[in-house]
Design a protein around this ligand. Structure first.
Ligand SMILES: *[C@@H]1O[C@H](CO)[C@@H](O)[C@H](O)[C@H]1NC(C)=O
Ligand SMILES: *[C@@H]1O[C@H](CO)[C@@H](O)[C@H](O)[C@H]1NC(C)=O
Ligand SMILES: *[C@@H]1O[C@H](CO)[C@@H](O)[C@H](O)[C@H]1NC(C)=O
Length: 176
């Protein structure tokens, strides 16, 4: 009986997640240290009512970069603006990439969502510009992270050598 309930629940969550649509609605990029990095490209292109493509170009001016960390937080929209929803944490990218199983959530986000449309799927150091080309969210990506339908914002602050260099905010809408 217990097995049956678990199975049904899992199935319900999975089919719910499958039915959800995820779309990026707005992106914002901020540069904090132009001598280190500039962001000549940061935009969304609408493809349809339910899809948009994110393109990003970060030019690195002091390569190789051997020390990178990300502080990422997910916010959910409430009556008074966006409030922290989960995962405010800082991940050292170089150690993350060596052992992604220690960071399951970031592993899913990085390998399922970011890596396929970017040129950063490799170990440190970074000796080239960072490019994300037409990243499109689809419901497949969210079957592992079934968020309730709502508006969210992901804020990623990128640091090198312990100093914040840039910030990227991506607003997304998850709907049924
Ligand atoms: C996330 O955590 C950092 C340090 O732990 C803190 O400085 C920052 O204000 C937090 N951000 C949010 C949105 O709570
Ligand atoms: C990322 O790199 C790993 C290791 O080289 C590889 O197994 C994986 O398929 C790559 N993923 C993507 C989306 O490129
Ligand atoms: C990155 O730099 C910071 C500050 O210098 C340091 O605390 C951290 O251990 C470094 N990370 C790696 C992987 O070297």
């Amino acid at each position: 009986m217990r097995g049956y309930v678990t199975l049904t629940l899992t199935f319900t969550i999975l089919s719910l997640a499958y039915a959800l649509k995820a779309k990026l609605t707005r992106v914002e990029c901020l540069e904090f240290d132009k001598a280190f990095a500039t962001i000549p490209k940061c935009y969304l292109k609408a493809l349809s009512r339910y899809r948009s493509a994110f393109s990003l170009h970060v030019a690195l001016h002091q390569v190789p970069v051997t020390n990178v960390s990300f502080n990422a937080a997910f916010f959910r929209k409430g009556n008074n603006g966006y409030r922290l929803f989960m995962y405010n944490n800082t991940v050292d990218f170089c150690s993350f990439y060596k052992n992604p199983n220690r960071f399951i959530f970031w592993k899913i986000v990085f390998f399922n969502i970011i890596a396929p449309s970017s040129n950063i799927n490799h170990t440190c150091p970074f000796d080239h510009d960072i490019i994300v080309e037409k990243l499109i969210l689809d419901s497949e990506m969210f079957k592992m992270i079934p968020f309730p339908a709502d508006e969210y914002m992901a804020k990623v602050k990128v640091a090198a050598y312990n100093h914040f260099k840039a910030e990227i905010k991506a607003y997304l809408q998850i709907s049924e």
